[in-house]
Write a protein that binds this ligand. Sequence first.
Ligand code: PMP
Length: 366
Amino acid sequence: MNAANPADRITATVRADIRVLTAYPVPPAADGIKLDAMECPYALPDAVRDDIARAVRETALNRYPPGDPTALANEVRQAFGIPPQAGLLFGNGSDELIHLIVQACCQPGDTVLSPWPSFVYFDMAARFDHARFVGVPLTADLQLDLPAMLQAIAQHRPKVVFLALPNNPTGGLWPDAAVQAILDAAPGLVVLDEAYQPFAGHSWMPRLPELPHAVVLRTVSKIGLAGLRFGYLAGHPDWIAEFDKVRPPYNLNVLTQAALRAVLRHKPVLDGQAARLRADREPLADSLAALPGVTVYRSAANFVLARFSGKPGGNAVHLALKTRKILVKNVAGAHPLLADCLRISVGTPDENRALLSALQDILSSN
Ligand code: PMP
């Protein structure tokens, strides 16, 4: 074997199911208009940035992060309305917490289940941790298929059910009664993933104390802090204690902690930005729906899903936008139900206008 080429050793060593995967794609951040990753388009005001700079300067980088995050936990509880009875676990993004849940719950071959299409990492985390992923197809109009969910739960007895509320990439918020039926039927843990909750005006968090087998997962990524990598999980302290056992030591770095504490002192700024995006979502959805051949799915999140079933179709529209330096997410390949679908983050009013005028141009030139 060529000593400089590890191919044979990799084949013999790395799991076959990992070798066939491709890494989570993150397209290069080009200049232009970025509406592909559900980020908040607004930068933090100078006063907040100054506070972050001060907090970072005072942070000791020669020490590991504190073992007891009580101060941060109190501030997070206060800022995000977490019931006092609930335990809390922090993650390096909520992605990490998804992993920890599957690791702690699933033996090889155990089932993780979610309506599908939904957040791709539910499936990825399950595979990485040797669990079996079952995706229960949404209806043709991208709504939750409750009878199919209940049937699949009865059949597969999943250890973990993930429900993204609102759902990514479709934007829909599953009705409370349907979620409650799933909570009642699931034999294991139900994860209520509220990544997009700030745009939905709805949360299961206040009801958490009455839900002994559910946890609520949240992130700050969509409310202006995607670069910080901070997610949190709230639930009964006994569940949280189990997940804490598989958490990598010191998973939350000191700079993230310091910056987050500084930003949370300005929480109304984050709330204001989210409210702005929420108010701009409906006009954007309506304008997209008025374009020829475009179907828009009602969203409770900071993005909308639009199907371009006329000519040109979704793939061509995606490319045409890209040549105009407007990035949106092409989700068409992710699932047959998403044929010709593009997921578009709500941007600033200027960005939304630029997107709509580019789309008018692209759709009328064919
Ligand atoms: N949950 C859902 C439903 C998501 O869409 C995302 C991000 N795309 C995440 C969790 C992960 O967010 P983060 O790791 O940035 O906290």
